[in-house]
Design a protein around this ligand. Structure first.
Ligand SMILES: C[C@](O)(C(=O)O)[C@H](CC(=O)O)C(=O)O
Ligand SMILES: [Mg+2]
Length: 303
């Protein structure tokens, strides 16, 4: 009911446990606070909050247009709705190392369990596209040092993402990742790995855990959890999957209404009213007021 009963400090401890555990942790990308309910119910270990998705939801491309305030506010709303640890995409950290320090503190205050900061510079782009701009190692490590020094909860996970693979190749990306780990990054997010052997080489070269980005229509094949686990990956994100699926369904629904003059043919694909009320826990609110949920909900009224 209302919000999570798990504190941000507890979620960060949980995130640390997940990273230390031998099993792989799976973080699907929530695109709304409500969607975290589905993720949690299905037993996933954590929630990812994608910068691309947040930008897209505002009708914007993922090129560094969103502000720290927008990202921290939305990420905070999402984090508050779930007991799971949430990892948020902090893009390039929203400015200079000084800004990165403020970003980390804002995200800590918003209840996030961790964030990742990448080595692109603005205008940044999706890591699975060509033509990215990447800063030098000194600048990239300064960002990470600033993030690590700024956090007040030592369990807040500072993850460094490197986009160098798509620019200068795997060896350069591995060297960069080592430097980022030396600068204090708790986890490395090697972006746009070409195949499993690249994940393997990256994991072998580092003493810190690595993340795999299983985004669709990108440069990496969609490997299974078992395959990634075998390659030494500690956690996986599915950043845009829920948004892509939902928007695909919305498009199909609108076409049906336009063509058929009614949504009837799509109703069977919709979440029912009953299920929606379960997700927002109408029942639980009866603890406050037994008049809140004293009605019957038709299960499939339109079917
Ligand atoms: C992970 C990512 O940074 C995101 O914002 O979700 C994107 C995902 C995507 O655009 O598919 C990325 O740069 O990989
Ligand atoms: Mg992003």
């Amino acid at each position: 009911m209302l919000y999570t009963t798990v504190t941000p400090a507890e979620k960060r401890e949980r995130f640390r446990e997940l990273l230390a555990a031998p099993e792989i942790a799976r973080f699907p990308g929530a695109f709304t606070p409500l969607s975290t309910k589905l993720i949690q119910e299905q037993g996933f270990e954590g929630v990812y909050i994608s910068g691309g998705v947040l930008a897209n939801e505002l009708g914007l491309p993922d090129i560094g247009l969103t502000t720290l305030t927008e990202v921290a506010t939305r990420a905070g709303q999402i984090a508050r709705s779930t007991d799971l640890p949430c990892l948020v995409d902090a893009d390039t950290g929203f400015g200079e190392p000084m800004n990165v320090a403020r970003t980390v503190q804002e995200l800590e205050d918003a209840g996030l369990a961790g964030c990742h900061i990448e080595d692109q510079f603005n205008p940044k782009r999706c890591g699975h596209l060509d033509g990215k701009n990447v800063v030098d190692t000194a600048t990239a490590t300064k960002r990470i040092k600033a993030a690590v020094e700024a956090r007040r909860d030592p369990n807040f996970v500072v993850m460094a993402r490197t986009d160098l693979r798509g620019v200068d190749g795997l060896d350069a990306a591995i060297d960069r990742a080592k430097a980022l780990a030396d600068a204090g990054a708790d986890v490395i997010f090697p972006e746009a790995m070409a195949d499993l052997s690249e994940f393997e080489r990256m994991a072998e070269a580092l003493d810190v855990p690595i993340l795999a980005n299983m985004t669709e229509f990108g440069k990496s094949q969609l490997f299974t959890t078992q395959q990634l686990h075998g390659a030494g990956v500690s956690m996986i994100i599915y950043p845009v999957s829920l948004q892509r699926q939902a928007l695909g369904a919305m498009e199909r629904l609108l076409t049906t209404i336009r063509e058929d003059g009614t949504q009837q043919a799509q109703v069977e694909n919709m979440l029912t009213r009953k299920r929606l009320y379960e997700l927002v826990d109408y029942n639980g609110y009866n603890q406050f007021d037994s008049g809140v949920f004293n009605f019957e909900v038709p299960e499939t009224p339109d079917a």
